[in-house]
Design a protein around this ligand. Sequence first.
Ligand SMILES: C[C@H](N)CC(=O)SCCNC(=O)CCNC(=O)[C@H](O)C(C)(C)COP(=O)(O)OP(=O)(O)OC[C@H]1O[C@@H](n2cnc3c(N)ncnc32)[C@H](O)[C@@H]1OP(=O)(O)O
Length: 130
Amino acid sequence: MTDARLGLTVTHRRYVPYSHAHYAGNLVDGAYALALFGDVATEVCIRTDGDEGLFAGYSDVRFTAPIRAGDVVEVTAQVSRVGTRSRTLELSCAVVCRGRPERSESAAEVLDPPIVAVTATGTVVVPAAS
Ligand SMILES: C[C@H](N)CC(=O)SCCNC(=O)CCNC(=O)[C@H](O)C(C)(C)COP(=O)(O)OP(=O)(O)OC[C@H]1O[C@@H](n2cnc3c(N)ncnc32)[C@H](O)[C@@H]1OP(=O)(O)O
């Protein structure tokens, strides 16, 4: 029998504040995306198991494009495996809007298609079912 939790997908969107710019070109650090993965994974755990869960680890993290202050990012987690207490998640963070400061200070546009900036596979652990 297929577990109904397999394939469950949760998406968060977030504006990247300029207060998070850390490197040249208004880049944010890689840990910024990992924090967003923690938040989206928390909602997955609430939906699958009625608990916030704990991140146990990542088996793969790839930084494929920069995330900049002024971006709007879409962060997605999809359940790919359900163990006894562990759940494996396929995670991605894509830039869906980006500032265009060369046009004007506040100009920005929707990116079509979005730019995938970070992908990861992660494992969360929830308490044993009572
Ligand atoms: C999603 C969160 N709400 C947001 C966060 O980011 S939390 C912040 C970062 N995480 C933490 O602070 C967690 C610190 N770690 C722990 O508290 C523990 O290590 C743990 C709770 C994650 C696991 O400890 P424990 O309950 O003793 O684990 P086990 O009984 O040995 O195993 C239970 C299942 O979990 C699987 N597993 C354990 N460690 C890992 C790992 N590093 N990578 C992958 N899988 C792991 C283990 O195989 C068991 O799986 P099954 O129950 O058989 O499916």
